[in-house]
Design a protein. Sequence first.
Length: 255
Amino acid sequence: MACLEDLEELVRTLRGPGGCPWDRAQGIPDIKQYLLEECYEVLDAIDRSSPGELKAELGDLLFQIVFIARMAEEKGDFGLGDVLESIHEKMVRRHPHVFGSASAEDPEAVRKNWWKIKQAEGATPRSHLEGVPRHLPALQRAYRLGQRASQVGLDLPDPGSVLAKVREEIEELERALGTGSAPEIREELGDCLFSLANLARLLRENPEEALQQSNEKFLARFRRLEDRARTRGKALEELEAEELDRLWEEIKKTA
């Protein structure tokens, strides 16, 4: 059975003399897009509850990690062994309730201890919001920013209060639409989405997952709409608006 050292040696061969021209030409910034794509493919495999797919996609993701570590080693920065040592030390350090004498009775206690340990690990961050990745999808990033802000008490007390804030933001968006100012409309639209992300957080729902579910529902309904049109011997664009709306409402009632 292959082990991590085997994969590391494979990557070393791909990057070495006589290896793959494409692999040898890559730099760390070039791999960003592939790393992100592999992360999303892992998520897709999880959603499909497919162990076989998940195994394959985790392998693809692991390959990207080993590949990046090899490029860093070639530059003299660090190697895969340094990555493994670093994460092992950090996980031991951040779980004193498991590997030390501290106690944590529930997940909330673990979260609070985790934050305190992070602060003690180095220079005090300039902001509690540091560490929320800039490259997260915007809706997910809004969700995480709201989480961080709530940890220091900057939060609304309940979902009803946030829903009132959402209505307030929609009213501001309506006023912006009346002005016709594109920058103002964009700003107010963003405020609406940010407020909805906070509403999801207080409802204990992940807004990214909720939106993905709605995306899939819309996709399934749209495909059924296309099928209905085909049974009439037409393309969607050939249907009158009234007939299109009627078919859509019929499909919504059945799925």
